[in-house]
Ligand binder design. Structure first.
Ligand SMILES: [Zn+2]
Length: 363
């Protein structure tokens, strides 16, 4: 019996869930859901799909795990944001402290360079379920949105602490870049950030950039570039998704794009809090449509991976039918096989493409 493929997930907000959502991710999923079932402060209370035991059960050997804290840009905005960069920085440091505690407990393993990546994978490669249940989940740390960087010296400090990827923007306007739902180019301090990130050796994550910032970044940034969690705009017409010409430009740079499982980014016309996965009919086949669209554009299956975003402030109320846990990503290979994808291509999508990229991009 051959083992199911390993999974590389290019986008999870694990520490945000641990610190801001107060989830003990070392516990079983059913217990996490039960303990918060009475809460109404977040949209995904009682319906989360991610915890460390489920990552292991799904053979998610490596993920990209974020630090995330945004600034409030408009006092009347309904979107939460910190009132000062110092507060946002402090939140990212609390998140970092949690990752460190998970490392000390043997729950997670920090990957900062190629040697650590290969050593970690050697343990996972032939692990059966019983062995995998005891292995740490490897993670590459990424900063989603750069608002929390008080100065560029903080970026250098973060690199020294093991941060390896940075996405300058999140939703809305940002300190260093314009994000999702906005227009316009980088402000001058954003251009300084790009230069400094390139000097230090960061992977630049173009997910969440405005279209103008996207094209500017592609022109100016000479380091490695990826799009960690980004579906196809041709299938879901919204600026949050990648247009075909943007995807082609990423392919020309050797990038890998992670497809994500937030229902509103998978099907057009999703209404938050109103639409349901079953009524809309969003399934893993819908995700396969995005994968297939990208592979047809590229002419091969080497530039697509998974960036599930499954703990990005939504749960089963907004995941595809059949995805009750992140471990259900293991249903994807059979679906791709049925569409005629070769075994090597499926392995590439499940983990190989991002791992190849990382081997080239990490120090
Ligand atoms: Zn995001």
């Amino acid at each position: 019996m051959s083992l199911p493929p390993l999974i590389f997930d290019a986008h999870l907000d694990l520490a945000m869930n641990a610190i801001e959502w107060n989830r003990d991710l070392t516990r079983p999923l059913a217990e996490i859901r039960q303990r918060e079932a009475h809460l109404r402060d977040k949209p995904d209370r009682g319906s989360g799909t991610v915890c460390l035991p489920e990552l292991r059960r799904g053979r998610v050997a490596v993920c990209v795990a974020t630090q995330i804290a945004r600034l409030e840009h408009d006092a009347f905005s309904p979107v939460f944001g910190w009132r000062s960069p110092a507060q946002a920085w402090a939140m990212t440091q609390a998140q970092l402290a949690w990752y460190r505690a998970m490392e000390e407990a043997g729950e997670m393993f920090a990957i900062r360079d190629r040697a650590a990546l290969d050593a970690h994978l050697a343990g996972w490669r032939d692990a059966d379920d019983a062995t995998a249940a005891r292995l740490p989940v490897g993670y590459v740390r990424s900063l989603e949105g750069a608002d929390s960087l008080i100065t560029l010296a903080h970026l250098e400090r973060a690199w020294a602490d093991g941060l390896r990827a940075i996405g300058p923007a999140h939703y809305g306007p940002g300190v260093y870049a314009q994000g999702t739902n906005t227009e316009g180019p980088f402000p001058s301090r954003g251009l300084d950030l790009l230069r400094e990130a390139e000097r230090l050796g960061f992977i630049l994550d173009v997910t969440h950039l405005s279209d103008a910032c996207f094209w500017q970044a592609m022109e100016l940034y000479r380091g490695p570039v990826w799009a960690s969690h980004h579906n196809a705009r041709a299938l879901v017409p919204h600026q949050r998704q990648l247009a075909d010409d943007q995807f082609r430009a990423l392919v020309a740079r050797g990038a890998v794009v992670g497809v994500c499982l937030d229902a509103w980014m998978m099907v057009p016309g999703w209404e938050r809090g109103k639409s349901t996965p079953a009524a809309v009919g969003v399934t893993l086949a819908t995700l396969a449509d995005h994968i297939d669209h990208y592979c047809q554009l590229a002419g091969n299956a080497r530039h697509v991976g998974l960036g599930s975003d499954l703990d990005g402030a939504f749960g089963t109320e907004q995941t595809p039918v059949g995805v009750d846990s992140i471990a259900d990503l293991q249903d994807l290979p059979a679906m791709l096989r049925a569409r005629g994808y070769a075994a090597a291509d499926i392995d590439g999508i499940m983990h190989g493409n991002f791992l190849r990229f990382l081997r080239g991009a990490l120090p």
